[in-house]
Write a protein that binds this ligand. Sequence first.
Ligand SMILES: NC(=O)c1ccc[n+]([C@@H]2O[C@H](COP(=O)([O-])OP(=O)(O)OC[C@H]3O[C@@H](n4cnc5c(N)ncnc54)[C@H](O)[C@@H]3O)[C@@H](O)[C@H]2O)c1
Length: 362
Amino acid sequence: MSEKVKVGLIGAGGIAQGAHLRGYHSIPDECEVVWICDVNQEVAEKAAAKVVEAGGAKPQITTDYKQMLTDSELDAVSVTTPNKYHVEPTVDALNAGKHVLCEKPLGMNADECRRMCAAARENKKILQVALQNRFTGAARFAKQYIDGGNMGDIYYARAWALRRRGVPAWGVFIHKDQQGGGPLIDIGVHILDFTLYLMGYPKPVSASGQTWDILGKTPGLYNPWGDYDRTKFTVEDFAVGLIRFENGAVVSLESSFMANLDGDPFKASFFGTKAGMDLNPWGADPVKIYTEQDGQLFNMVGASVPHVESAHVDEVKAFIKAIREDLPSPVPGENGLYLNAIFDALYKSAETKKEEPIDVSF
Ligand SMILES: NC(=O)c1ccc[n+]([C@@H]2O[C@H](COP(=O)([O-])OP(=O)(O)OC[C@H]3O[C@@H](n4cnc5c(N)ncnc54)[C@H](O)[C@@H]3O)[C@@H](O)[C@H]2O)c1
């Protein structure tokens, strides 16, 4: 593709302005933002002003994304609406022949993801899930090490996205009907994607989990992320799960908005037949590798972890590159389906108290 990719935003709030626009603006020779949609006209105007500030022409503005999708010149959209409003714009955009970069989690549940993945397949368009942690320096470093066979078979991993006190008091994070879930679906999705990406995305087959909502509902508990109405807290504050995969591997997942623990660990640990590894996706801690050689044990620290200025920007660049060079989706919709299907099973298991099967067909 020699012409610039013409892009639109559906939802122009926090992540659209803070991440997606920055990404598009970083490659002005390859793409341009030509449409901005937000149900809130003022927000759309603010985002449009940012496009102009960055040197672009003023994009067209609408409060109805369907109007944007009628533009035959438009190639691609970012779907950056709250979780509840991912599925319809994504399916409509794919059916209108546009490529889609959709924010995480892909859907509120696996059934929504199935519709999105099917629409991408039927229309032969890219559906990318905005899971930026796999674009970090630590992710690149670990992926090369693991894919080089240095860990042997990874048979177990721990994934932690834990906050001691971090209930987002703004937006819709505490409302299950609009978010689909609590920390599991909001931040657990990041660490689980990071973990499964490094493990080569094995197919999940079943999961067992438990959730709690006691701290999140308790009035007066310290929450530096703002005050919120405890009576309206309908998501979990803490979720744990054990996920089994077709290749025999197992992952344990812990995610919280509130829990009594030391700090806010956000990291993954891998247990392979040749080595183990601990790392944080953003490189907040060193990449540590534990191995054995000739009867001696070694602890190694990654010393050439690449510096990545912004994983958000790099995910957007990967999206545009895939469109221009006709490449597969850098973060396939199917990965988003796996994640939502795992969450569905964990939430169900928390109710049934049984291990639940996982279906990722679409
Ligand atoms: N990848 C990340 O690290 C990351 C970080 C933050 C948020 N997110 C995700 O981004 C999404 C949006 O979160 P946010 O923090 O930007 O929220 P936000 O509330 O700041 O912005 C969302 C915008 O969407 C608009 N909107 C709602 N429904 C719409 C519709 N039907 N059509 C057009 N516009 C609509 C709202 O008016 C709002 O301006 C969520 O799915 C969230 O999980 C991802």
